[in-house]
Design a binder for this molecule. Structure first.
Ligand SMILES: Cc1ncc(COP(=O)(O)O)c(C=O)c1O
Length: 415
């Protein structure tokens, strides 16, 4: 097992490539929650007041406070806390006016809850090709928008890769598309100093365990539009207690919507919100830490022949909780073996070229409830795409060991 040696200016030890090296750290470790979150949760549980609404006095209205704090954090007028990122996207589609049978443009490199949310809204996903750096393809977006009749673009910043948002917003205005951003992988990230989630009509975030802040399950919608905010609150299930929100439009807006909006019971609980509030305070620090680890990994991986880490634009201020890379020179069978062998040595690598869905590696061909669509560029790009989580517990010497294991396994196919 490799020892963590990066204290002060000590040189990083470089393990000799050997099949015996194992990373010895769990890449799926989300890390302990901050003490403040744990203490707050225990205190709340002692009161039993876990539901966000009610005639409570003397306890903190955590869900309402979290919404207010999140809206302030991303600089939006309103934030609505819900029970998952998938529900946030579903509700965003509903309040954007998506009707059953409508078409919704969405990048083809995505995760299952995203086409799932479109299907949940009764709409049809129109998949758009991606480029080599895992962002939506502008050419295909224009083509699909012009031919499909879709009026909504659901843009996932997949694995934290942010497309040129100046170009995206210009294209959306030119083509009359409503933009919804899926920021499940970009909390705290910005394009040109503006937070993702703030370029379109609505932004959606997830607080599932493997996201930037962790409550097991949870989602947030942000918007500046008062009608959309009121509808999202009503849809999320406010039992006409929307007056208890602290990030909400005035009563007169609810008057317009309250008798015509069904309650889907997708609220966030106070317990979830109280766990998230202290983590939100740590976001800036976490972001720097994640990016430092990303830069170590990026430089180690790019030094291996046959590995290519996607390039990032200077305007892209990402918060990298995972890293992607292309592996060149191996066929499909070898790529699967490569990912499996690295995983067996502690470097849990997901490969997006698998024929069968596995863990979090779904591809568009696996969503057979969608109308069949062929995206040769996306297929080709994903066939060499590997992915690894970045837990905050990784040190620089872990990154060196990860690269040594990857190099070792890659070399085994060449000898
Ligand atoms: C890209 C993307 N969008 C949306 C979601 C939905 O989030 P949740 O799991 O909270 O429903 C996820 C979740 O993993 C995701 O990866």
């Amino acid at each position: 097992m490799n020892k963590d040696t990066d204290s002060g200016s000590d040189p990083i030890s470089r393990p000799a490539a050997s099949a015996e090296i194992n990373l010895g750290i769990d890449l799926s470790d989300p890390g302990r929650l901050p003490d403040a979150a744990i203490n707050q949760a225990v205190e709340l549980m002692q009161t039993g007041r876990l539901h966000r609404y009610g005639e409570y006095s003397g306890t903190e209205p955590h869900a309402a406070l979290f919404e207010r704090e999140f809206a302030r954090y991303v600089d939006s007028r309103y934030a609505i806390a819900v029970n998952s990122g998938g529900c946030a996207i579903f509700l965003a589609l509903k309040v954007a006016g998506v009707q059953p049978g409508d078409k919704v443009l969405v990048n083809a490199f995505n995760l299952a809850p995203v086409p799932g949310a479109i299907h949940h809204a009764g709409a049809d996903a129109v998949l758009v090709e991606i480029d080599r750096d895992h962002r939506i393809s502008f050419d295909d977006l224009r083509r699909q928008a012009e031919t499909s009749g879709a009026k909504v673009l659901l843009l996932t910043h997949m694995r934290g890769h942010i497309a040129d948002m100046d170009k995206i917003t210009a294209l959306c205005s030119e083509l009359g598309l409503t933009l919804i951003e899926d920021c499940a992988h970009t909390m705290g990230a910005k394009w040109n100093s503006r937070f993702t989630g703030r370029f379109g009509a609505l932004g959606c975030f997830s607080t599932q365990t493997f996201k930037h802040i962790n409550s097991g399950e949870g989602g947030i919608i942000v918007t500046d539009d008062e009608d959309m905010a009121a509808q999202a609150i009503l849809y999320s299930g406010s039992y006409m207690l929307y007056g208890q929100h602290q990030s909400a439009p005035p009563e007169s807006v609810f008057e317009k919507w309250k008798k015509r909006t069904p309650n889907f019971s997708m609220r966030m609980s106070n317990l979830v919100a109280c766990i998230l509030r202290p983590q939100l305070q740590e976001m800036e620090h976490r972001g720097h830490h994640w990016n430092q680890i990303y830069r170590w990994l990026e430089s180690e991986l790019n030094s291996i022949e046959g590995i290519e880490v996607p390039k990032r634009e200077p305007e892209e201020q990402f918060v990298a909780s995972s890293i992607q890379f292309h592996v060149h020179g191996l066929d499909k069978k070898q790529l699967m073996q490569f990912a499996d062998r690295c995983t067996a040595r502690g470097v849990a690598i997901k490969w997006f070229g698998r024929n069968e869905p596995m863990g979090y590696t779904s591809q568009y061909q696996h969503w057979q409830y969608l109308e069949a669509q062929d995206l040769p560029e996306t297929r080709e790009i994903l066939s060499t795409t590997c992915d690894m989580r970045i837990p905050l517990s990784l040190s620089e010497s872990h990154c060196v060991t990860i690269a040594a294991i990857i190099l070792d396994e890659l070399s085994s196919f060449k000898s």
